[in-house]
Ligand binder design. Structure first.
Ligand code: DGL
Length: 269
């Protein structure tokens, strides 16, 4: 009698891709990931209970990010997308050390394409205070600051607007007019260096003017994620659409409804 047990290795390609953010902003990246790889499964986790991250000390953001990714990792995932510029700035190095067997894809403000397409122009970088003061962004600036006039604009309040679901309210427009109004007619491009901000694209464009080019890292992150999956032999070959699960540390009906709403929002380029 054959007593040998069957030991088939679990099919890693079928596991979901974790997509993590401090809150709801990473859903803007999730949308790009799904658009690019509709047959993959995604497990989105937003930590809205602890948002915003961008005004917290870097050590706290690092700890929260590592704890959240650990929990997702323990559930079985094949890759982790850190759909948050702030968490990436704080934690990408320890994440890659701790989860060495997992592709971990991070984000940074899309300054490179903005400078390449607008040499010597005025480029605004809208991001959280943490992203703008950390080493990762300092390296980017070092690289590109001689090629354009780069203006750093910390906008933590915009994160709070999106977390509250207020993407098109008089309060958002009033805030943006005050913060960005002085750059109307002066700025040629704006980098949306926080994943919450693409949800405010329409309002930002209305305040800065139609001729301003807006850049965000969502599509580039989706491209890089697919590249990493292919390089690790993890890209799914499944037919049909994969499952998309939206979870949040604020586990209530309002947060779920808001997550679904942002995921389904019509495109606003
Ligand atoms: N969505 C995050 C980012 O891309 C930041 C939001 C926060 O401050 O929590 O930077």
């Amino acid at each position: 009698m054959d007593t040998q047990k069957e030991t088939t290795a679990p099919n890693r390609t079928a596991l979901p891709i974790a997509v993590f953010d401090s809150g709801l902003g990473g859903i803007s990246v999730l949308r790009e990931l799904v658009r690019r790889m509709p047959n993959e499964s995604f497990l989105y986790y937003g930590d809205s209970a602890n948002a915003p991250y961008g005004t917290r000390p870097v050590e706290t953001v690092r700890r929260l990010t590592l704890e959240n990714i650990q929990r997702l990792y323990d559930r079985g995932i094949k890759a982790a997308v850190i759909a948050c510029n702030t968490a990436t700035s704080a934690a990408i190095i320890p994440l890659r050390e701790r989860f060495a067997d997992l592709p971990v894809i991070g984000m940074e403000p899309a300054l490179k394409p903005a400078v390449l397409e607008h040499e010597h122009a005025c480029i605004l970088v809208l991001a959280t205070p943490l992203t703008l003061r950390e080493e990762k962004f300092a390296h980017l600036l070092e690289h590109y600051s001689s090629r354009a006039q780069i203006v750093r604009l910390p906008c933590p309040e915009l994160v709070e607007f999106v977390e509250a679901g207020a993407v098109d309210t008089p309060e958002v427009y009033a805030y943006l007019r005050e913060r960005l109004g002085p750059y109307r007619g002066r700025a040629d491009a704006a980098v949306l260096g926080c994943t919450h901000f693409p949800f405010l694209r329409g309002a930002i464009r209305a305040v800065l003017g139609d001729s301003v080019a807006l850049y965000d890292g969502g599509a580039g992150t989706a491209r890089e994620t697919e590249h990493q999956l292919l390089a690790h032999g993890l890209r799914s070959a499944a037919a049909g659409r994969g499952a998309v699960t939206l979870e949040n540390s604020l586990d209530d009906a309002r947060e779920h409804a808001l997550s679904e709403l942002l995921f389904a929002l019509p495109e606003n380029r």
